[in-house]
Design a protein around this ligand. Sequence first.
Ligand code: KG4
Length: 336
Amino acid sequence: MKNRSVLGLGLESSCDETAASVVADGATILSNIVSSQIDIHRAYAGVVPEIASRAHLETINGIVDEALRTAGISFRDLDFVAATSRPGLVGSLLIAMQSAKAVSYVCGIPFVSVNHLEAHLHAAFFENPSLSYPFIGLLVSGGNTALFEVRDIGQMKLLGRSSDDSVGEAFDKVSKFLGLGYPGGPVVDALARKAVIRKNIFPKVLVKYDDYSFSYSGLKTAVINHLRANPEADLAEVAYAFQESAIEILLRRTFAAARSLRIPRIVIAGGVAANSRLRELVIGTAERDETVFMPSPGLCTDNAAMVALAAHRYFTRGITHGLDADVAARIQYGVA
Ligand code: KG4
């Protein structure tokens, strides 16, 4: 097998998913194992960092074994091992990083450290091998809302990001206020589909500014104030209106960037890219010469296949990292 394919093991533990994946040649997923901690954190309506890192520690060895077993390979077949190093919860990031470094050291194979946001945006290559650089990348997750011009692997120029809450956080907080539980995105998405009156009652978010920034705390507050003032409001209609406002700004900024930079390829990735209304509206917004690539929902949320794919691109260019590489809660934006 080794002579035919380059096999990479990717590990991911930046938030509340412990994941391991074996990917061949940076393109074919041989295994993609994800263990979610959602049930553990549900009682707190959000991720508790200390609990998350302990749960990663308990889970990671079993997940790695399962990824190798499912792929039908052993440690000695691997060409490199990779892990997400940034951004994320530091205690959580450390678990995948240290595990990957241990595999690298014991097996004598290179280690590659990967930016989580870059990995998310590269997940689109699995199902769309025709995708090419440069592309406009919209990253919408629980931790981040940011728009990039992706010029190549390792070259992401930040165009704009949220100045306060991420869009995923807004979904989660609105859901919590509606008493719908955690994580909020999928429940709000499903509830909004049941709205009979489909009207956008909330203020348009930042659309008057001609830049690529985002903001979600005002919208979240508007939803909460509306519910306090109208306790009998139909929750499905509130969910619908919130979702429309939240998505409108994402699409407006993304397509504006694509058109002004004359880059007709757009990738939308991260947990919120699983939103059914977003996926629907994207189709209606794209013009004939524009192609929007969105990973299937299972590859939008946190996974390690995307880590192995991004790492493969570094590895094949001879870029690997030392075992002294560190984790970081945040990243420096810019071209990097
Ligand atoms: O990328 P992700 O799995 O984890 C990180 O934050 O890194 O994203 C999780 C976020 C959560 O805020 C969740 O509520 C949101 O993605 N989400 C959705 C949907 N599915 C997940 N938001 C809107 N609609 C969805 N269908």
